[in-house]
Design a protein around this ligand. Structure first.
Ligand code: MGP
Length: 237
C-alpha cells in the first residue's frame, strides 16, 4: 500500500492534505509503470523513445512530507508530527501529486510541506542535514496571496529539475504557513562552503524573482541551539 493511501488515516487529528483522487491517480500510474517491466522499474523515455505513454525519469527520487502540529512545534515533538505522503521518480508522477494536493494558500496556519530527496527526513538530525543549513525567505501573506502557490511550484521544479547549481548540495525544500507570512526554505547538506552556497542562493532568488527581498542563510546548528526567535542568519543574499 502506498504512503498516499495510508497518510490520511495515520492520525485523524492531522489529516494529510491529499485530495481523494490522488490515490487513484498514482495507482493508475503505477499499473502503467509496471507494464512490460520485469524488475518493477518504470518504463521511461529511455526505454522507448517512440511512444508518448512512457515516463520521464527524474535524476533523484523525491518524497513529499507534511506536518501540521496544530500548535507551536518543539524539538521533542518535531519528528512524530512529520507525515510521509508519497515518493515519486518521474516528472509525470510529480504532476500527479502536485495537481492533487491542497494548495499552499489553503493550508492551515503552522502547516509545512517538505519535499526532500528520498531517504532524507526533513529534520536537522538526519545525517544528510546535520552539517547543513537553509536559505529562507519570508513572504508577507497580505502581499503574496495566491502567488505563493506558484512560488512553491517554481521552488519544487528548480529542485527536481536540477536547476540549482551544485544540486548534490540540496537536500530538500520546505514551505511554511505562518500567521502573517509564508516562508520558503531550501535546505543544503553543508553550511561552510560560501562560494557554493552563494551560487545556490542567487539562483533561488532568480527563480523566485525576488531581487529586493533578503534571502537568509542559517546553519541548522544555529537554529537547533538558539530557537527560532534568536536565530540570526549567517549571511544574506
Ligand atoms: P520552525 O517551524 O522551523 O520555525 O521550527 P518557525 O516557523 O520560526 O517557528 P514556529 O514556532 O512559528 O513554527 C519551530 C520549532 O520546531 C523549532 O524551534 C524546533 O523546536 C522544532 N523544529 C523545527 N525543525 C526544522 C526541527 C528539526 O529539524 N528537528 C527538531 N528536533 N525540531 C525541529
Amino acid at each position: 500500500m502506498s504512503a498516499v493511501e495510508t497518510a490520511p488515516s495515520v492520525d485523524p487529528t492531522t489529516p494529510a492534505p491529499v485530495d481523494a483522487t490522488l490515490a487513484s491517480d498514482v495507482n493508475a500510474t503505477q499499473s502503467t509503470e509496471t507494464k512490460g517491466s520485469e524488475d518493477d522499474q518504470p518504463v521511461t523515455i529511455f526505454h522507448d523513445r517512440m511512444n508518448y505513454n512512457v515516463k520521464h525519469p527524474l535524476h533523484n527520487e523525491w518524497t513529499l512530507w507534511f506536518d501540521n502540529p496544530g500548535k507551536k512545534a518543539n524539538v521533542q515533538s518535531w519528528s512524530q508530527n512529520l507525515k510521509e505522503i508519497v515518493t515519486f521518480k518521474t516528472i509525470e508522477d510529480f504532476w500527479a501529486v502536485f495537481n492533487n494536493i491542497v494548495k499552499v494558500s489553503r493550508l492551515d496556519i503552522s502547516s509545512n510541506y517538505h519535499l526532500f530527496k528520498k531517504g532524507v527526513r526533513p529534520e536537522w538530525e538526519d545525517p544528510a542535514n546535520e552539517h547543513g543549513g537553509k536559505f529562507s525567505v519570508q513572504l508577507p501573506k497580505n502581499r503574496t496571496g495566491e502567488a505563493i502557490n506558484d512560488l512553491w511550484l517554481y521552488t519544487l521544479l528548480a529542485c527536481i529539475g536540477e536547476q540549482l547549481p551544485n544540486e548534490d548540495e540540496v537536500t530538500g525544500a520546505v514551505v511554511s504557513v505562518r500567521k502573517v507570512f509564508f516562508r520558503i526554505s531550501l535546505w543544503t547538506k553543508t553550511s561552510d562552503n560560501r562560494e557554493v552556497l552563494d551560487g545556490i542562493g542567487k539562483k533561488l532568488k532568480e527563480t523566485l524573482n525576488i531581487p529586493n527581498m533578503p534571502l537568509e542563510f542559517t546553519p541548522h546548528s544555529d537554529a537547533a541551539t538558539k530557537g527560532p526567535s534568536e536565530t540570526t542568519g549567517r549571511f544574506t543574499i
